[in-house]
Design a protein around this ligand. Structure first.
Ligand SMILES: O=C(O)CCC(=O)C(=O)O
Ligand SMILES: [Fe+2]
Length: 256
């Protein structure tokens, strides 16, 4: 089935739900010990690649919606953020409220029961949609030489990053992570963490999807070495047990 046919067919979130849940069930059943092979790796590294658990149809639907939204609503940002040690954000993005208003597939995947259950299974705790609307999802595009999403932590514990398009490894745009680090928003000590800890670097190709323990994993996307396009969607969830906690939003400057 072509994507445009699929696009027309998917008018209800129940269709996305079925595509997601069938593929997740099939692929999880092939893992002999999910707790050991997946959850343990996530808690050790703060990172887990989950590409194989996501259906190709869902990836294509997400990709086509994201590129349509980018074409109409991308906003360029060139700022640095004090609460993350003045690290840079040099990229374009589509805001949560534009995705929520004009998108169908991205909000449906975000709210999918089977997808949240799957992420909760990997995290070994129940997750819920973020109580704060504006950090539920965002589309980010690096596009010029030097573009980067600088060092930061997430306000919420679990993020899934869908890499929709990425250049080859020699262009840069790598994810770098320092797991088991903690964000003090008044004194982030980013340079100290970088200088005192091993940094893991991960390359992602177009179509890769990964889960990040983003509140306790200091991370960034390295600068592009040349003009190129790297597009991701970030979806973020809260822990069910923290549904009433107070969260401040210092990085909103690049989401408004
Ligand atoms: O682009 C990536 O791979 C990471 C994105 C990210 O860290 C974020 O959106 O907060
Ligand atoms: Fe992040």
């Amino acid at each position: 089935m072509s994507i445009s046919t699929l696009d027309k067919k998917i008018t209800e979130s129940s269709d996305v739900e079925t595509l997601l849940s069938e593929h997740i069930s099939r692929s999880v059943s092939k893992v002999s010990d999910p707790t050991y092979e997946l959850s343990h790796a996530l808690s050790r590294d703060g990172y887990l690649k989950i590409t194989e658990f996501i259906s190709e149809e869902v990836k294509e639907l997400i990709r086509s919606e994201a590129f349509t939204l980018l074409g109409k609503m991308a906003k360029r940002r060139d700022i640095s953020i004090p609460s993350t040690g003045y690290s840079p954000r040099s990229l374009s993005n589509v805001r949560q409220e534009d995705i929520a208003q004009h998108g169908v597939v991205i909000p449906s995947v975000y709210h999918s029961e089977s997808f949240m259950r799957f992420i909760g299974m990997l995290a070994c705790e129940e997750i819920i949609p973020n109580p704060w609307e504006y950090e539920k999802f965002i589309i980010n595009r690096l596009e010029r030489s030097g573009d980067t999403h600088g060092w930061h932590w997430g306000d919420y514990p679990y993020s899934v990053i869908w890499v929709l398009e990425a250049p080859s490894i020699d262009y840069g745009g790598l994810l770098q992570c320092i797991p088991h680090t903690y964000w003090n928003k008044e004194s982030p000590k980013v340079e100290e963490y970088i200088s005192k800890n091993p940094i893991r670097s991960y390359y992602h190709a177009s179509g890769d999807v990964y889960l990040l323990k983003s509140d306790t994993t200091l991370h960034r996307v390295t600068p592009l070495q040349k003009d190129a396009t790297r597009v991701i969607i970030n979806m973020a969830w809260e822990r069910a047990r923290d549904k009433d906690r107070k969260v401040t939003h210092e990085t909103f400057a690049f989401r408004d």
